[in-house]
Design a protein around this ligand. Structure first.
Ligand code: AKG
Ligand code: FE2
Length: 338
């Protein structure tokens, strides 16, 4: 990516700062439970972590460690290729799947390139973000010829992480006092996707970010990061940026629900020496789902804090914002706050 183009430069208040060491860390939750009693304790740990942090890491999650390593290896081989090769599977305005090297978060360019693929292939999404346009379109994944095993490893990996994602969704549902499968139906024709983030070394890490501060738009994200580090989350209690330290083979989980579990802002800092990979799987509902607070969780103390909105339209609009710099901030969940 070479020298720093002004498009990458963050506003002063968003630039990364030098950190002091923190004693408090994002909770690490062990998912291996041997008895039903353990699982009650597990649900309560998840509840506390979601309330306090909105983020937690999981270990002993059942996704084979060797599969994660194969995934990063094939990803590195893909991103190491010349740009002309990668652009053969380039994302465009009609289809957001594939390679992209000019992602923007809040209208500032991110110091990274990405490859996206959908868990369901092909899948349906609205043709536009216009609420009155009923047209849908089908989008299909784009797979590179090389590395030859890339497609197979990506599909195997995402299937395993997806299973973990749905197990976590059930635990989250239980932690909200709902039946385990209460949320599953929304994901029947899911628009879920897997993204590979590649952050090259950056000559000016104090001016740019790998990903600018944002909240994920997914119901639940299952994120793998390599051992380089760089992810920071904004602590709810005081707004401090806290690093999420890499733990071998762990996944980082991020959820939200009507502000009981608030989606937490996070960002990625880059460095001058080492490239970094991270691989989020974002669980996203079917395009026709209206996202709104669940009726059975609402009462006088906990009124609906968001209006309902069609997920497909939100997604179509959000994707336009990622594609290029625009004059306005892209669509955000807080715009639907009552
Ligand atoms: O690279 C990371 O650790 C996080 C990336 C991220 O926040 C995202 O892709 O939404
Ligand atoms: Fe994110």
């Amino acid at each position: 990516m070479g020298d720093l183009d002004p498009a990458f430069i963050q506003d002063l208040e968003n630039r990364p700062t030098v950190r002091v060491l923190e004693d408090e860390e994002v909770p690490v939750i062990d998912l291996s439970t041997s008895s039903p009693g353990d699982s009650k304790e597990l649900v309560s740990k998840i509840k506390d972590a979601c309330r306090k942090w909105g983020f937690f890491q999981v270990i002993n999650h059942g996704v084979p460690s060797d599969l994660g390593k194969r995934m990063v290896k094939t990803a590195k081989e893909f991103f190491d290729q010349p740009i002309e090769e990668k652009k053969k599977v380039k994302r465009d305005e009609g289809n957001s799947m594939g390679y992209h090297d000019a992602e923007h978060t809040k209208n500032v360019r991110d110091w990274k390139d990405v490859f996206d693929f959908s868990l369901e292939d092909p899948r349906l999404i609205p043709a536009s973000d216009d609420p009155n346009d009923p047209k849908l379109r089908t989008i299909s994944n784009r797979w590179p010829q090389s590395p030859s095993e890339f497609r197979e490893v990506c599909q195997e990996y995402s299937r395993e992480v997806e299973k973990l994602g749905y197990k976590l969704l059930e635990l989250v549902s239980l932690s909200l006092g709902l039946p385990a499968n209460r949320l599953n139906g929304y994901f029947n024709d899911q628009t879920s996707l897997c993204r590979i983030n590649h952050y090259p070394p950056c000559p000016n890490p104090h001016l740019a970010l790998g990903v600018g501060r944002h909240k994920d738009f997914s119901a639940l994200t299952v994120l793998a990061q390599d051992d380089v580090g760089g992810l920071e989350i904004r602590r709810k209690s005081d707004g401090e940026w806290i690093p999420v330290n890499p733990i071998a083979d762990a996944f980082i989980i991020n959820v939200w629900s009507n502000d009981t579990y608030e989606s937490v802002e996070h960002r990625v800092v880059v460095n001058t020496e080492m490239e970094r990979f991270s691989i989020p799987v974002l669980l996203l509902p079917s395009h026709h789902v209206i996202i709104k607070p669940l009726e059975e969780l609402l009462n006088e103390q906990n009124p609906a804090r968001y209006q309902g909105y069609n997920w497909g339209k939100f997604y179509a609009s959000r994707y336009r914002g990622d594609y290029k710099k625009r004059d306005v901030e892209n669509i955000q969940i807080h715009l639907f706050k009552k």
